[in-house]
Design a protein around this ligand. Structure first.
Ligand code: ATR
Length: 281
């Protein structure tokens, strides 16, 4: 039950009807007995500026921003967190009492927290990380890995110029490779992450030769539909510890929830089941 004093948050995107965020935040609000609500906010790209600027006037505590507004929102926030600035995209906005809007990017936080929860013994400093892909998700993940103290990142992408741009814009030991180099760069890797859309339902599979990957390396696929991608299944079969992609989505949401509602919620098995049920519904 919400009162007239309920705190307001939501997700602004186009389209948003497939977003799991209302279900996810709704679970936490109920679990913690918070007087608040998290709603879908379907806003077309041309209406974004007007709708976004109205949020403080409507009394919102903040919002998530999703496709296609994640870059556009950059121009309309009053302040930018340094991590969001480095990543070049905002997915979470906090609105202060005076209406000041601050943009954050919590994808990298979600990525690292997911691995930490799933594999508590994982130490990012133990060896090179191989990152497949050079899109928005890769950028957030590379920033998080640098922050976590990874000494060497091997960035593999079909379009190497895109990977070079990413590597040049982030301080750190980042080397760039084309897709044909993937087998050799896996030698002595401590972590392999797929940030491409390959392997997602409806997309071509991700086919890579894992034979050079040490069996004690961790393999993370950020794709979560299906929950177990072919990459994760193959890695598991040869003895690698694997981390699925749903956890990144759940963990990145924790940071926003804390900013708007004042409680840092947990990712539990019950929450996972609740979100998975929503995805199949
Ligand atoms: P996001 O912002 O979600 O990370 P994106 O910016 O579209 O998504 O990036 C998608 C990534 O998947 C890119 O690295 C892309 O490679 P290119 O930079 O060469 O486009 C990669 N990708 C998508 N489809 C691919 C395919 N069929 N083969 C190889 N890589 C692919």
């Amino acid at each position: 039950m919400i009162s007239g004093k309920a705190k307001l948050a939501g997700v602004m995107g186009w389209p948003v009807q497939h977003s799991q965020s209302p279900r996810l935040h709704g679970y936490w609000l109920e679990h913690h007995g918070i007087d608040g609500i998290y709603v879908p906010l379907p806003v077309k790209p041309n209406d974004f500026e007007m709708a976004f600027r109205a949020l403080p006037k409507l009394g919102f505590s903040g919002v998530n921003i999703t496709v296609p507004h994640k870059e556009q929102v950059f121009n309309f926030v009053d302040e930018l967190d340094p991590v969001a600035r480095q990543i070049g995209a905002v997915n979470t906005v906090q609105i202060a009492q005076d209406g000041c809007m601050t943009g954050y990017n919590t994808d990298g936080y979600g990525f690292m927290e997911n691995i930490r929860q799933e594999i508590p013994t994982f130490n990012a400093k133990n060896g090179p990380a191989v990152v497949l892909g050079a899109g928005g998700a890769a950028r957030a993940i590379v920033c998080a890995l640098v922050e976590a103290g990874v000494t060497e990142i091997r960035l593999v992408n079909r379009t190497t110029t895109k990977a070079e741009e990413l590597a040049d814009s982030i301080p750190g030991e980042i080397s760039v490779y084309g897709n044909s180099d993937v087998r050799s760069v896996l030698t002595d890797a401590n972590l392999l992450v797929n940030t491409t859309s390959l392997g997602m339902d409806g997309k071509p599979p991700l086919l890579i030769d894992l034979s050079n990957l040490p069996v004690n390396a961790v393999v993370n696929d950020i794709v979560y539909a299906p929950m177990e991608t072919k990459l994760l299944a193959a890695a598991k079969t040869r003895g690698n510890l694997v981390v699925g992609g749903l956890g990144m989505l759940l963990h990145q949401a924790r940071a926003g929830f804390q900013k708007w509602f004042g409680v840092l919620p947990d990712v539990t098995d019950d929450l996972r089941d609740h979100v998975i049920n929503g995805m199949s519904g």
